[in-house]
Design a protein. Structure first.
Length: 446
């Protein structure tokens, strides 16, 4: 439903949900976690009517564990200033998975007088605005893989999900329809709640890993909304899973001997008349866009693999490539071209881990496609012609950050301030993670 104003949206929500007293106003930070405030519904009405909504600017800079890193003058030398946020129309929805009636609504600094340059949604908004000025309109669809675990951990480690029918560990073979039946209560409620949130979630697949599933979204002609859907989906999936006695995780590689979880992104580009910009001249623009994606990929690895664990996916015998590659109808490729007619010609970018930030993943993909279309260079051979074709990319965080930090095209496409802040955030997160000595290190070297 479309409302003429934010006030009308809040009024309609209050009429439909009179028992809701509080609404979570939420926004995604750099590591992909939601931050925000819980507002009384009457105060939300005042914000919708024009009252200022402010949160600390540096909330966006939080590390993976919520701490602040010293990045340039931010955090410890800037006085921790507030920054204005705005309500995102159409995102005020009920929350079904909490014990008490609750609502939630997305907020952002994009579209305000002083947007935060390194806020992920603002980074994507800038890329989309640039494409729109060039007459390019992306149509986007996300696919997200995730694992269900038993709610209880064992010695701090995840356990396979218990079969709701017989209580055993899930041992159904990959892609088996029986697994969908056995976990249908939680899976169906995830899709139902996603639809309530305005997310066009549809197809459910049982994936290869134990307790691993994938849920697809419909194609969306609003890039910001497509990324909003992916971000909100991760939150609701974890909440609904807990309600059913499971943990849900989008961790890239929870088991070394099972497939990791990926974020697959389908992208096509259209002009203002609805013509597919990738299709003319026997798909030459499509190949140029692919070349741009492969050129940027080694320099955007901190975005596609944002945590130490994410690099475990690459080169594994059961999941994910170890080189930047492309191919027609080839799931071994980082950039796959699904079989389609000229109207629906698109790329499927398959490299990102499921725990990546969807705003930044889409911004990097679109920036890379834009770069390729402007450079007009043919890509390397597809895997269909040469199984060894590919471009090396960094396989650990410090090397990845070094390769991204000063790359001219990536800095120009995503913004120098963002690239500086993001790379330093990831570098310091990695160093903080490595400060811990685990039990294996003592066993090997004590």
């Amino acid at each position: 439903m479309t409302f003429t104003s934010l006030s009308d949206e809040v009024s309609a929500f209050r009429a439909a949900h009179p028992d809701v007293r509080y609404v979570d106003l939420i926004c995604l930070d750099i590591p992909g976690h939601f931050y925000g405030k819980r507002y009384p519904i009457d105060m939300l009405a005042k914000v919708a009517a024009g009252s200022l909504l402010k949160l600390p600017q540096n909330c966006v800079l939080l590390g993976a564990q919520g701490g602040l890193h010293e990045i340039g003058d931010y955090c410890f030398h800037d006085g921790d200033p507030d920054a204005t946020r705005r309500l995102i129309p159409g995102t005020l929805k009920p929350v079904r998975w909490e014990q008490q009636p609750l609502g939630q609504m997305l907020i952002s600094s994009d579209g305000t007088e002083s947007p935060i340059e390194f806020e992920p949604r603002e980074v994507l908004a800038r890329v989309l605005a640039r494409l729109a000025a060039k007459g390019m309109r992306p149509v986007v669809a996300f696919e997200l893989e995730f694992y269900l675990f038993d709610r209880a951990l064992k010695d701090g480690l995840p356990q396979f999900p218990r079969d709701p029918l017989c209580g055993d560990e899930d041992d159904q073979p990959n892609l088996h329809i029986e697994r969908l039946s056995r976990f249908s209560p939680v899976l169906h409620e995830i899709v139902e709640v996603a639809n309530e949130q305005g997310i066009d979630a549809n197809v459910i697949t049982a994936e290869i890993g134990p307790g691993q599933f994938e849920i697809n979204f419909g194609h969306c002609d609003d890039g910001l909304q497509a990324a909003d859907w992916a971000a909100l989906f991760t939150r609701l999936t974890r909440g609904v899973a807990l309600k059913h006695g499971h943990r849900a995780s989008f961790m890239s590689k929870p088991y070394l001997d099972a497939p990791g979880s990926g974020m697959h992104v389908h992208v096509s580009l259209y002009d203002e008349q609805g013509n597919n910009l990738l299709a003319p001249d026997d798909g030459r623009p499509l190949r140029h866009a692919v070349a741009g994606c492969l050129d940027w990929l080694p320099h955007c690895m901190p975005i596609f693999a944002p945590h130490h664990n994410a690099y475990r996916r690459y080169g594994s015998r059961v999941n994910a490539a170890s080189r930047a590659s492309w191919g027609y109808e080839d799931r071994d490729a980082c950039v796959r071209i699904p079989d389609s007619d000229a109207r629906n010609l698109r790329i499927e970018h398959r490299l990102a881990g499921a725990d990546a930030n969807p705003y930044l993943v889409l911004a990097a993909i679109l920036g890379a496609m834009e770069h390729g279309l402007e450079q007009r260079v043919e890509p390397i051979a597809p895997l269909n012609e040469n199984r060894q074709s590919g471009i090396d990319f960094p396989m650990d965080m410090l090397a990845a950050v070094a390769q991204m930090r000063h790359h001219p095209a990536v800095n120009a496409g995503l913004g120098e301030e963002f690239v500086m802040v993001y790379c330093e955030n990831k570098r310091q997160d990695h160093l903080a993670f490595m400060e811990h000595i685990n039990a294996r290190e003592y066993r090997w070297f004590l």
